[in-house]
Write a new protein. Structure first.
Length: 316
């Protein structure tokens, strides 16, 4: 009986392995757990390895060398694309397949493989592994700032009257993620940018926007072990205050909190699988988010002026 097994990807982040052509050994990051359905984010490539039968590839474990007559026939379903030289249903002298740009599907994909040998015709039934390809995560940012704040229409925009000396607490922001239930974990991270600018009563910019992310936001992803469950509550101890124009006069002050990028444990794992050196760049392992902002306006409280009247000693 043939003893080949289709190797699946593991979560363990260990030392890097360099892939070298068709004779590459199975990287140590992989597992041969046949009970696990692989979960992969759409559009992110990944590899599958098959352990060669040691009778016909005796040097594989030591050197990665495949038997001269050993061949593998992969069956790749629609929605998954195998990179060359693998062609679905055609024997190839390569014991691994790279799946590129997998398409999300409501049902699992089944990839199967059979090892054969050009020196004779017999084969076994082969091995099959199941793969769930899910849509990329999405997220929304919201807030419930409290009775002191007034919402501007149906927008996620709020205003509050403030005095020059006021230190205004930033209301809690809630980040809620949406991802397929097949995800590997309820674990997420994000980047939250913040700007502040000054305006007059007609919304004309007086004080140019300044990036205050370092003070009020979150500029980088955490380590994967520190990802949090959705929904994530964000808060900061730093307080907002009114800006002044060049002459020292108070201006309407606008703080904009922008959810710019997100990551899930599933998408991080998927990028890890796609990177042949097993060192996924933090700059590429997340998704840009569009249109997710919360805005807080601080309006200087109107200063009531003196009451004018005709004095009693008015001279006619």
């Amino acid at each position: 009986m043939k003893r080949s097994t289709l190797s699946k990807l593991a979560l363990t982040l260990v030392a890097a392995f360099v892939f070298v052509g068709a004779n590459a050994q199975t990287p140590v990051q992989y597992t041969q757990d046949q009970t696990e359905t692989i979960v992969q984010t759409e559009g992110i490539s990944f590899r599958l390895y098959v352990t060669p039968d040691p009778l016909y590839s005796p040097n594989y474990t030591a050197t990665g060398a495949l038997g001269a007559n050993s061949r593998w026939t992969f069956t790749i379903p629609g929605g998954l694309t195998a990179s060359a030289p693998v062609v679905s249903g055609t024997a190839v002298a390569q014991n691994w397949v790279e799946i590129t740009s997998p398409v999300a599907s409501g049902t699992d994909y089944a990839v199967s493989v059979i090892e054969s040998n050009t020196a004779f015709a017999c084969t076994d039934a082969g091995i099959t592994t199941n793969i769930s390809v899910i849509a990329a995560p999405t997220a929304a940012i919201t807030t419930t700032p409290g009775a002191a704040w007034t919402q501007v229409g149906a927008l996620k925009e709020y205003y509050l009257c403030a005095a020059a000396a006021d230190a205004i607490a930033v209301p809690q922001l809630d980040i809620t993620y949406t991802e397929d239930a097949k995800r590997v974990a309820n674990a997420y991270d994000y980047i939250l940018g913040v700007t502040v600018a000054g305006y007059d009563v007609n919304d004309t910019e007086i004080v140019a926007p300044a990036d205050v992310t370092a003070t009020f936001g979150k500029s980088a992803m955490q380590a994967i072990a520190d990802y949090d469950a959705s929904p994530i509550a964000y808060s900061t101890a730093n307080t907002m205050s009114l800006l002044t124009d060049g002459g020292g006069a108070l201006v309407r002050t606008k703080y904009v909190f922008t959810l710019s990028d997100i990551s899930s444990k599933t998408s991080y794992l998927s990028y890890f699988r796609a990177n042949t050196g097993f060192t996924p760049s933090v700059a590429t392992n997340y998704y840009a988010v569009a249109g997710q902002t919360v805005t807080f306006w601080l309006n200087p409280a109107p200063v009531t002026g003196p009451i004018y009247h005709i004095p009693n000693n008015y001279t006619f």
